[in-house]
Design a protein around this ligand. Structure first.
Ligand SMILES: Nc1ncnc2c1ncn2[C@@H]1O[C@H](COP(=O)(O)OP(=O)(O)OP(=O)(O)O)[C@@H](O)[C@H]1O
Ligand SMILES: [Mg+2]
Length: 595
């Protein structure tokens, strides 16, 4: 699925949303309900003050009742203090539950993210993935509780004030409530606009994050090609796009608030006129009118908050719906239900009529048949872009074959548990990736149970010791992000050592020694020979030293297996692909290579 093509189609299907969010809210339900209950008296303060004005005016100011003159202000202060304590509790509880729910959602999403297959990462840029996995869940889970709290507080506030209004004069109150309902109509009309603007903003946010990532990762290219201005222009265009989207939303949404004000001002004007008439004709005391008008004016704040909360909730619902879309993502490559475990390889690995394409109808591998027996090394050579790395990608099931099958000891790899399959394969990639952290931590990723002796052994075998001695903290030296503080050859040696530590029965080496100088390569090659002993090995290489000693050489040209045989056999073929490749490439590069 392409993350930027979100529909968020259930954004306003409230039953759907509440059903799905309930799962995450359920563990904290008691605390959430408690915090909402605490919100009840918190919202009621304004109502209490407005209510108190009637007796204060009628009894204290007009009838001069001095007891009430002390009691009423005292009561108001006492209530406000109680409210302060409750507000503290309420804030604490809502933040607590809000963060807990957010963390749960984030953890569940991260688990999803690490399970996704390479195709997902091919299709989606890092920016869009980050934006969707970081911002939506945060907005959704934190926002929903904050807004519920605001909704509850303001709802109760409004409710209490309307109660006071009703108590003072139901006729006037009726006018107020009708005006209020009319004022709310615009809020309901803007939902669709919010959704489309929010989706649009997410896409732009994704592009911006990708730009940031590329600026960090590609800083050397940017510097050497003088791309700073180009990169800056790209960034400012995106910022501008984001500005346009936001402004178009503001243009379409911001009229809502003035309209609500205007409607409300009509209400107040009418209430004042009608109220004066009621007082003058003796149907209402002046205390009641004072209390009523105060309630009406105080009602402004909770109503405004309610309006904002309702608009805010609509944004949150869109984020929530997009978050649920992420939960619905399914990795295409999964273990079958009745998948088996394998423990080592007894016979070998076979590719049977393997066809594969990354993009539909653009075949990359065409009917490949290849076998590597235990103890055998199969070298794969061929033109750049021919499909060598792709073969290496298919064996650990980064992608699934389109047709045909890859089998280990006769078992289709799609019938093997993914974890077990991958436990049995060590890969050294063409573009090695190291994590930030120490060299030792990177090595241990190959095998967390490795002892210090094991590490010592692979460090020596992969020829790491020589440069480790020069590093200030040796094995505990910190690497930059992606291992940038090491040289290409050093990174490659760390990757080889990591694979050695894993010590899996199937070994795939994709140009594993391409960045090493001849001397290091010769030494590391010896170590690799050790690593390869009694293993089933696929080695993609362009160095004659590696290829020559292989048991079989498979020549892949434009996705087809065009030749298969030993070095000597293939060299004997007149006009053969390998012979040509050898003459063009290896003969030259082998000069001076220790063989
Ligand atoms: N993730 C991908 N999505 C789409 N196409 C891809 C992907 N990876 C590789 N390809 C395409 O598949 C073809 C084979 O690529 P592959 O990486 O297997 O070549 P290769 O033989 O390893 O080349 P090289 O010797 O340059 O490493 C190429 O045409 C490449 O453009
Ligand atoms: Mg390759």
């Amino acid at each position: 699925m392409k993350l930027k093509d979100t529909l968020a189609e259930n954004s306003f299907d409230y039953a759907y949303l509440s059903k799905r969010i309930y799962k995450y809210i359920k563990p904290y339900l008691f605390r959430i309900i408690l915090s909402l209950c605490i919100a009840l008296p918190v919202g009621a303060l304004d109502g209490v003050i407005a209510y108190a004005l009637k007796p204060y005016m009628d009894e204290v100011l007009i009838k001069k009742n001095m007891i009430l003159a002390y009691l009423i202000p005292f009561g108001i202060v006492a209530f406000a203090m109680l409210q302060g304590v409750l507000r503290y509790l309420n804030d604490y509880l809502t933040s607590w539950t809000g963060q807990k729910v957010t963390n749960d959602v984030k953890k569940a999403l991260f688990q999803k993210l690490v399970q996704m297959d390479p195709k997902f990462y091919d299709e989606n840029s890092s920016g869009i993935i980050l934006t969707r996995f970081l911002s939506d869940p945060e907005t959704a889970s934190k926002g929903v509780l904050d807004n519920l709290k605001a909704l509850m507080g303001s709802g109760i506030g409004a409710f209490a004030l309307i109660g006071v209004m009703l108590y003072n004069s139901w006729k006037l109150a009726l006018v107020g409530v009708v005006v209020l309902c009319v004022a709310f109509i615009p809020a309901a009309l803007i939902r669709k606009r919010i959704k489309s603007a929010s989706n649009e903003n997410m896409k732009i946010g994704g592009n911006i994050t990708t730009d940031f990532n590329e600026t960090c990762a590609g800083n050397k290219i940017i510097t050497s090609y003088n791309l700073a201005q180009h990169q800056y222009n790209k960034f400012s265009k995106e910022i501008h796009d984001s500005f346009d989207v936001n402004m178009s939303l503001v243009k379409r949404v911001a009229w809502m608030s003035p309209i609500m004000y205007t409607i409300a001002s009509f209400g107040i004007a009418f209430v004042l006129a009608f109220g004066t008439y009621l007082v003058l004709s003796g149907q209402m005391t002046s205390g009641s009118l004072l209390s009523f008008v105060t309630s009406l004016l105080l009602l402004y704040k909770p109503v405004k908050t309610l309006g904002n909360t309702l608009t805010g909730l609509q944004t949150i619902f869109v984020s929530m719906c997009r978050t649920f879309e992420l939960f619905d993502l399914m990795p295409e490559i999964e273990s079958k239900e009745n998948a088996v475990e394998i423990n080592g390889v007894k016979d070998g690995v076979t590719l049977e009529h393997v066809c594969f394409e990354y993009v539909e109808d653009i075949p990359v591998l065409k009917d490949i048949n290849l076998q590597a027996k235990v103890g055998e090394t199969v070298a794969i050579v061929g033109n750049s872009g021919g499909g060598k790395t792709t073969i290496a990608n298919l064996i650990p099931r980064f992608y699934d074959v389109k047709s045909g099958a890859i089998k280990i000891d006769g078992i289709d790899i799609r019938d093997i548990k993914l974890e077990s399959l991958r436990n049995n394969i060590s890969v050294v990639f063409q573009d090695n990736f190291l994590f930030s952290g120490t060299i030792k931590e990177n090595l241990l990723m190959g095998n967390f149970n490795a002892t210090d002796d094991d590490i010592d052994r692979v460090v020596r075998a992969a020829h790491l010791d020589e440069f480790l001695e020069e590093m200030p903290d040796g094995l505990n030296s910190e690497l930059g992000e992606r291992g940038t503080t090491l040289s290409g050859g050093q990174r490659q040696r760390v990757a080889i050592a990591r694979a050695m530590l894993k010590d899996a029965p199937i070994v795939i080496l994709d140009e594993a020694t391409s960045a090493l100088d001849n001397k290091s390569e010769a030494i590391v090659q010896k170590a690799l020979d050790n690593l390869m002993q009694n293993k089933t090995v696929f080695v993609i290489a362009h160095r004659l030293s590696t290829i020559k000693n292989a048991d079989k050489i498979a020549v892949i040209n434009e996705g087809e297996l065009v030749e298969l045989g030993t070095h000597d056999e293939l060299l004997c073929r007149e006009n053969g692909f390998y012979k040509k490749l050898y003459e063009m490439q290896f003969a030259k590069s082998s000069v001076g290579v220790t063989q």
